[in-house]
Ligand binder design. Structure first.
Ligand SMILES: *Cc1c(COP(=O)(O)O)cnc(C)c1O
Length: 381
């Protein structure tokens, strides 16, 4: 094999667009418009077009986006925010930082996404918002979640950090991009995300003019007018160099996601017959853009031994996520009882994510799947 197998291969993707990136970066260096430069305006306008959303508000990263969303909606200490127990911690982190109360709920075993019935059961008079996470590149069941939110008068803040470009498909065939259905959508441009820059970056989406204005104020020190601070805000910006990278990559996003889907299709076909693992389910209501390709191993498979065997063969494989939030020291809460999250606990014991990026070729995919099929048989508890 010419290239080592990487979990995420940013280098080869970069090489294909290197000259465009250099040209754009040279332009910025000439203009020195490093903050709020013209590439930021260009990229946010292009992204709004791509998503068919009225407002895109750039910010510093995905975590800031989630925080700004909760600040702009005026959530107050003690308000309860429902989110998934099986996700990257950033989602719950900002809830806790704002002294809101994270209320974790279980997910569906096949899609890894919020279980609407569990959401409904978690609602109390203090609940103010639901944060569905479109995990691993597939939309959460938004129709059910929006319906619950509507019936209970709750906000929906979408964590679309792993799902840039995924479509939610409503029963009448109407499609909406992940992040454009709730009051506010949040995304991250962390380098390994489906649309990633070369550092940190993030954005918020909304269809609501008033919320957009509020969000712009929140991420800019609470200012509407320069040096007039009406509210306490924060400082969170997408820098111009990163916006230029994103503006170069955005026209390729659908192709990038198609390349991921092709790799996933290969994994699906070759791994389908294996009784010791389950390939990821495809929900009928969402396209899947495979931020991660995550299999579930049979409980008899020794995952640590399997991961070691793959690593020794030069195949990286990662565990997203090894510990559900309710078992993390920082997010322990007496209100949770043992067995409250059976699905999340089982997933965290059995999931394994395989290499997934835009540059995987057939030779690499053959090599990965051959090794996986062989090792999964020998690595038993
Ligand atoms: C990456 C990620 C975030 C945080 O994004 P940053 O840009 O790293 O702050 C939040 N939620 C989810 C689900 C993510 O995958």
């Amino acid at each position: 094999m010419e290239e080592p197998i990487r979990m995420v291969d940013l280098r080869r993707q970069y090489q294909k667009i290197a000259s465009e990136i250099s040209a754009r970066w040279n332009g910025i260096l000439d203009r020195t418009d490093f903050i709020q430069g013209q590439d930021v305006r260009l990229f946010t306008a292009h992204l709004a077009d791509y998503l068919s959303v009225k407002h895109v508000i750039p910010c510093g990263n995905g975590t800031d986006a989630l925080q700004a969303a909760m600040m702009a909606l005026g959530l107050q200490p003690g308000d309860e925010v429902i989110t998934a127990d099986f996700t990257f911690a950033a989602t719950a982190e900002v809830i806790a930082l704002l002294r809101l109360t994270p209320v974790l709920v279980d997910v569906s075993p096949d899609t890894f996404n919020l279980d609407p019935a569990a959401v409904e059961r978690a609602i109390t008079p203090r609940t103010k918002a639901i944060v569905p996470v479109h995990l691993f590149g597939q939309c959460a069941p938004m129709r059910e979640i929006l319906d619950i939110a509507h019936r209970h008068g709750l906000y929906v803040i979408e964590d679309a950090c792993q799902a840039m470009g995924a479509d939610y498909i409503f029963p009448d065939g109407r499609r909406c991009k992940a992040g454009t259905m709730g009051e506010i959508g949040c995304t991250s441009f962390f380098p390994s995300k489906n649309l990633g820059c070369y550092g940190d970056g993030g954005a918020l989406f909304t269809q609501d003019d008033r919320l957009a204005e509020k969000l712009r104020q929140v991420v800019n020190h609470g200012m509407k007018v320069r040096y007039r601070h009406d509210e306490i805000g924060c400082n969170s910006r997408l820098d111009t160099l990163q916006a230029a990278v994103l503006d170069v990559k955005l026209p390729h996003l659908d192709d990038y996601n198609a390349a991921r889907r092709r790799a996933a299709g290969f994994y699906d076909r070759v791994l389908a017959g294996c009784a010791l693992l389950k390939t990821p389910a495809r929900a009928a209501y969402s396209t899947h853009i495979f931020h991660q390709y995550t299999v579930r191993l049979d409980e008899t498979v020794d995952r640590t031994a399997l991961q070691t065997a793959l690593n020794e063969a030069g195949i990286p494989a990662m565990i997203y996520y090894p510990v559900p939030l309710h078992l993390q020291k920082a997010y322990r809460d007496d209100r949770y009882r043992d067995g409250d999250f059976p699905v999340c606990e089982r997933l965290s014991r059995t999931v394994l994510s395989l290499p997934m990026h835009t540059e995987l070729d057939e030779e690499q995919l053959h090599y990965i799947t051959e090794n996986l099929l062989r090792s999964v048989e020998t690595c038993r508890k």
